[in-house]
Design a protein around this ligand. Structure first.
Ligand code: SAH
Length: 513
């Protein structure tokens, strides 16, 4: 999807799914990754913007035309103008682009302008929302059709075009998008047209996200319950007997971390493993990268050390990033893995070891603990390293316990600075604003640099936000900076951290009940 030479770009009308990042299609992700310009609105999960190119132009087009200060026509005109400049433009819309939300109108205007376009269907909230509440929209024993209608019509229309008489007669499952705030008049119209008062109804708000909530009732009482519970948009309403199946099929809302807002501070690239494990437990993850990995200040020196890797007795990796940086250069220099020679390989921590194995190389020494002192102990255990040549592949500006100790054991140590961690200055998905506005329950720190760089951002500390740390060194840095540690992983890796967080919240809810 590079900028076309003929001067005309393409507009991709892309469905971003209902909220859960895992429900975005592969095609949508591909479009986001390649786009020059992305226009998104409030129902499109902003985390998807993390996939955008660094130089992509990202435009928030608001909740309603009014909110962003630009009208629907202006949005369309802007997208068309960008496409005319030869850009690849993605218009990202919540759910499916052609299920309400004006996608069809946008497509018409783009077509009228003579711009090339593509439609990328998405998982619609009208079906996925009920599914995440344990409500199948069809069931052989209950219904044979589903109707999707809008409770929020064009305000310019004087008469309702929703044919309540027909809806009442049709039966089946009826799914309503928009209009929870008008539920009172909608349910009374339905009742007036003969729908039975005890018909089961469910409202699902922020469906498929860590903030999902479901309210159930009947046609007779749901509107009043919604008011009593402050049940605000965005929500999907389901009317029909299938709602009763939720009693048995409610699967998502039973997850242990549902509703917990957890901040992930790792680099954008590394965040995904931690984020997806937390999401799998139902958490609402706020990815707020505080650091970014950049090439080392002296790339030439690093490359020279990599080139000479075969002269060493040991190569020691201290992080998965170091492994990546090393082999990135290594395979630019050589096209045969055997060029690494007879060097043995040590990797600190399971994630680092795994990354070495990903390159089909054996790890000869793998200290269990993710702390430098443990590596020294393991080296000692396995015999003398006196006069052995060790290449230590690590980040710039990290603790220098390891080289000192290895030197102390008589080894000859060269340090290869593979990468640098620098503060992340961009905030493509708007996570900083989200944190300031809605707060969080817990923030996770996976290294000392995430602590330092988070604090350097100077964001106000959200009320009640607790702290989880991956291990003692990170915790110490946090304490040195005046933070209190509420959770510390026993195993100092991502799985260990996730486990500790799960146990922490389980303990908290046990305390409350
Ligand atoms: N194209 C979208 C719908 C756009 S209309 C789709 O296919 O899902 C906007 C309405 O969609 C909202 O008012 C709400 O009724 C519904 N909606 C979208 N995402 C939702 C979510 N995550 N949870 C609940 N309702 C949602």
């Amino acid at each position: 999807m590079s900028t076309s030479k003929s001067g005309s770009g393409t507009v991709y009308l892309v469905g971003a799914g209902p909220g859960d990042l895992g429900l975005v299609t592969l095609r949508a992700k591909e479009c986001i990754e390649k786009a020059d310009v992305i226009g998104y609105d409030h129902l499109a999960n902003p985390e998807t913007l993390g996939w955008a190119r660094d130089d992509a132009e990202i435009i928030y087009v608001g909740k309603t035309a009014g909110e962003s200060g630009i009208s629907q026509n202006e949005i369309n005109a802007l997208l068309i103008e960008k496409a005319r400049e030869g850009k690849q433009v993605v218009r990202l819309k919540g759910g499916d682009p052609f299920v309400f939300g004006r996608g069809a109108e946008e497509a018409q205007m783009i077509a009228d302008a003579g711009i090339a376009f593509e439609i990328v269907p998405g998982v619609t909230s009208s079906i996925a929302g009920p599914a995440y509440a344990g409500i199948p929209v069809t069931h052989r024993g209950h219904n044979s059709h589903v109707t999707i209608f809008t409770g929020h019509e064009d305000p310019a229309k004087t008469e309702s075009v929703i044919d309540y008489a027909a809806l009442a007669k049709l039966g089946g499952t009826q799914v309503m998008l928009m209009g929870v705030e008008r539920l009172g008049s909608i349910t009374s119209e339905m009742t007036k047209h003969g729908v039975r008062g005890d018909l089961p109804v469910a409202l699902i708000r922020w469906a498929t996200t860590g903030q999902q909530e479901t309210l159930t009732g009947t046609l007779a009482d749901i509107a009043q319950k919604a008011v009593a519970n402050d049940f605000a948009a965005p929500a999907v309403a389901v009317f029909g007997d299938v709602v009763a199946l939720r009693d048995k099929l409610n699967w998502y809302e039973t997850r242990p971390l549902l509703g917990k807002r957890i901040v992930v501070t790792r680099t954008r690239k590394q965040a995904s493993v931690l984020s997806s494990k937390l999401r799998a437990l139902g958490a609402h993850v706020i990815e707020l990268p505080t650091i970014r990995i950049e090439p080392p200040s002296d790339l030439r020196e690093f490359a020279e050390l990599v080139q000479d890797a075969h002269i060493y007795d040991w190569i020691v990796f201290t992080s998965a990033n170091g492994v990546d940086a090393f082999f990135d250069i290594f395979f630019k220099l050589y096209d045969d893995a055997r060029e690494i020679g007879g060097a043995r390989i040590a990797a600190i921590g399971p994630a680092t070891g795994q990354r070495v194995k990903d390159f089909h190389l054996h790890v000869d020494l793998q200290p269990k603990e993710f702390v430098a002192e443990e590596v020294v102990r393991e080296f000692k255990n396995q015999g003398s390293i006196e006069n052995l040549k060790i290449l230590l592949v690590r980040a710039e500006k990290t603790r220098d316990v390891l080289p000192k100790e290895l030197l102390g054991l008589g080894a000859i140590v060269d340090e290869a600075f593979a990468y640098r961690t620098v503060p992340e200055t961009r905030d493509t998905s708007g996570a900083r604003g989200q944190l300031a506005k809605d707060g969080a329950d817990l923030i996770t720190f996976t290294s000392s640099s995430t602590v330092e760089n988070f604090l350097a951002l100077g964001l106000p500390w959200p009320k009640g936000m607790q702290v989880a740390s991956i291990g003692p060194i990170t915790s110490q840095t946090a304490r040195d900076n005046g933070l209190k540690i509420d959770v510390e992983a026993r195993r100092h890796d991502i799985d260990g951290l996730v486990k500790a967080i799960g146990a922490f919240f389980a303990g908290e809810s046990a305390k409350k009940s």
